[in-house]
Design a protein around this ligand. Structure first.
Ligand code: AMP
Ligand code: DBH
Length: 554
């Protein structure tokens, strides 16, 4: 049995484009369930995942997915259901992901840092029936309490599964136990259908979900694996959140599963942990965000450890890698660097190993597909002159045509002929390489974690004493950017000191349930906001505070 209806609320690729993508061999008609099955048949004895105290072979992996599919079916999950997956970097994450797919259910990806605000929005948007989480997260955060709160507010949520100490919920460990395989449980959607909902950093008040089909996702995975030259001997260190699009597909864990190599999982990206995993497992590849590069270099320099040069490839992406850091990686640490500029909506660009040093340092490389259509436009939607900076728009065989159930937002984020407005400012060089020069979208990129300013501003305005709020980026050496909230405060006679006020504002956002990385790094109270000629808050002037380090608002 297969589900034939295109997911309600997702925008399909137009038939004429789908036909071309099939004809050109980009879309192979394979679903993600069979994708894993095929690798299990090709590489049964190879290790697919190294976790803290477990190595899972491809054969075992595929069996675990079968067991898990049957258990989920017995718990009442069915094809077409949706399930929010918020898991730490443990092998059970991959088993659950593929089991949901095999069942024909849709995983909705969430990051460990997400809290009530994001999760409740995912449930509201998708009407997901199930939630998968761990018992505890960073700083002893108890996801089971979050699950209970979600249960009270999201009537759709019927099944809660917890890794570790499940308390009153179902233990995820039990879902992986050997069991009789129920044929009726196996009902993956066809390859042209939406396979799962990926996360967007977004730029609006509500985090948007990204419907990816089996066909489009696997095309990007296969091509990425080829560009990254993955093979059976590849061992990819995964210390970024495993559900992130970079981690999953560029070339990521799926690129590894396609190639028969191994993913080496770590739950923390510190150089101490990462280096010991690299040594223990003979790691060949690693993917990082720029903010992690500095601590890794510092540790390697301090210990005079040549470890970074032992990697066949170090991928850096998610935010702009400063050219100076790229130079240092190559010159001082003999790193085989690959820059990755991608987005969960689709388009991914890579520098290639055979490019010149100049290209690898100063550009974000080349798009994956000859059918990735790229436009660089000025503010009036007209093409800029060759080589000039403009807004990046894109359309292609693995870029979505719309966010999930967001017609109004889609009308703004996509052109009528289906190009996605990325919100990035880029230029295309004569050699075809793309260079990210900035950003036009209302988003802060905090060490690769994206913050939609509007979402945080809306949360701030739920505080009874906040009259106006604007969130802007502050340049930061390590994180790339941090966030600063400017606030017009309605004073009361019993207000505490500004420092305590700032703390209470941050606490308010935590209680509101915003993900930890969205809590402003700094809070500034101002009397008078600067405005543009159009009457909008002038964020450029607010940002100048940090550039000049003088009080331009005084
Ligand atoms: P998202 O849409 O949430 O998946 O985030 C994708 C965005 O991350 C892109 O549109 C860029 O703004 C940013 N990004 C990702 N990789 C890079 C990179 N290598 N350099 C600069 N920005 C990047
Ligand atoms: O930042 C991203 O979203 C990203 C970065 C690199 C991404 O989605 C990707 C590669 O696929």
């Amino acid at each position: 049995m297969t589900t034939q209806v295109y997911l309600d609320g997702a925008v399909p690729y137009p038939a004429e484009f789908a036909e071309i993508y099939r004809k050109k061999g980009y879309w192979l008609g394979q679903n993600l369930s069979n994708f894993l099955r095929e690798s299990a048949q090709k590489y049964p004895q190879n290790i697919a995942v190294y976790d803290a105290d477990k190595a899972v072979s491809y054969a075992e992996f595929d069996h675990l997915v079968d067991y898990c599919t049957s258990h989920l079916y017995q718990h009442g999950l069915r094809a077409g259901d949706k399930a929010v997956v918020q898991m730490p970097n443990h092998y059970q994450f991959y088993v659950l992901f593929f089991a949901l797919i095999r069942l024909g259910a849709l995983p909705v990806m969430s990051l460990p840092a997400h809290r009530f605000a994001e999760l409740s929005s995912f449930f509201k948007q998708t009407q997901a029936k199930a939630y998968f989480c761990a018992d505890f997260g960073a700083q002893k955060f108890d996801y089971r309490e979050l699950a209970e709160k979600l249960q009270q507010t999201a009537p759709c949520l019927q099944h809660i599964f917890v890794l570790g100490n499940a308390g009153k919920f179902v233990a995820i460990q039990n879902l992986l136990k050997e069991t009789h395989i129920l044929d009726e449980a196996i009902s993956p959607t066809t390859a042209d259908q939406v396979a799962f909902l990926q996360l967007s950093g977004g730029s609006t008040g509500v985090p948007k979900l990204i419907p990816r089909t089996h066909d489009d996702y696997l095309y990007s995975v296969r091509e990425s694996a080829a560009i990254c030259r993955l093979s059976q001997s590849s061992r990819l260190l995964m210390v970024l959140p495993a559900a992130h699009n970079f981690s999953m597909s560029s070339a990521g864990s799926l690129g590894i599963f396609y190639s028969g190599g191994a993913v080496v999982l770590g739950t923390d990206p510190s150089p101490e942990t990462a280096f010991s995993l690299i040594k223990k497992h003979g790691v060949t590849d690693a993917c990082l965000v720029p903010a992690l590069v500095r601590p890794w270099m510092d540790k390697a320099a301090k210990d005079q450890d040549p470890i970074l040069s032992t990697l066949r490839c170090l991928q850096v992406g998610g935010a702009r890698l400063p050219d100076a850091v790229a130079t240092r990686l190559i010159d001082e640490f003999q790193v085989n660097l690959q820059q990755v500029f991608g987005m969960a909506e689709g388009l991914v660009n890579y520098t290639h190993f055979d490019m010149t040093k100049e290209q690898i340092i100063h550009t974000q490389g080349l798009k994956i597909s000859p059918d990735d259509e790229i436009l660089v436009l000025n503010d009036n939607d007209q093409p800029v002159k060759a080589g000039e900076v403009g807004h990046l728009l894109t359309r292609g065989p693995y870029t979505i045509r719309g966010y999930y159930q967001a017609p109004e937002h889609n009308a703004r984020s996509f052109t009528p002929d289906g190009f996605y407005r990325t919100g990035d400012l880029v230029r295309i060089r004569e050699d075809g390489c793309i260079v990210v020069e900035g950003r036009s979208k209302e988003q802060i990129n905090r060490a690769g974690e994206k913050i939609a300013t509007e979402e945080v501003e809306q949360a701030l305005l739920t505080h009874p004493q906040i009259r106006l709020a604007a969130l802007v980026a502050m340049p930061d050496e390590i994180m790339g950017e941090k966030s600063c909230a400017f606030i017009a405060w309605q004073a009361q006679t019993d207000d505490p000191s500004p420092i305590r006020l700032a703390m209470s504002v941050r606490q308010h956002l935590k209680d509101y349930g915003l993900a930890t990385y969205k809590i402003p790094d700094r809070v500034e109270f101002i009397e008078q906001f600067p405005y543009t000629a159009f009457g909008k808050i002038d964020k450029k002037r607010l940002r100048q505070q940090f550039e000049t380090n003088t009080n331009v608002l005084a």
